[in-house]
Ligand binder design. Sequence first.
Ligand code: HEM
Length: 127
Amino acid sequence: EKIHTPFDAIGEETLNRLVDAFYRRVGNDPLLAPIFPDDLTETARKQKQFLTQYLGGPALYTSEHGHPMLRARHIPFEITETRAKAWLACMNDAMDEVGLEGPLRKDFFSRLVLTAQHMINTPENQS
Ligand code: HEM
């Protein structure tokens, strides 16, 4: 009996297109671009690995990079509530672009909202 995960439902191809659409927006976002590398190729590759496992697919991120420890890995960057909102807006627009819809999108996005909130590490007036 096959166990269906959100990863199975979205599919690798759509997930890859989503991540590419997302980082295209991040690279053009005036609040986000300054804290990201100019070349987002490697960032996108890691994010594809991470989101694959986040959605119940194979643990690609962990097998290459170890435990995600996402909050710790974000400490070097000043993440304000405004930046978290900008990150989520880029993701929302990327989901529109790739045509991700319905409960799958809603559940995925809700989890990202919680994870993004958890990454906030800097008060608004410090960035
Ligand atoms: C890496 C910013 C939220 C997953 C990064 C990097 C930055 C960043 C600047 C480093 C990029 C690089 O050097 O390649 C932000 C901001 C967020 C946010 C401003 C707003 C809240 C999230 C969320 C997730 C996530 C919600 C997961 C759902 C990752 C992953 C990496 C990463 C997997 C790669 C870590 C590694 O180097 O192995 N993020 N991030 N981020 N972020 Fe975020």
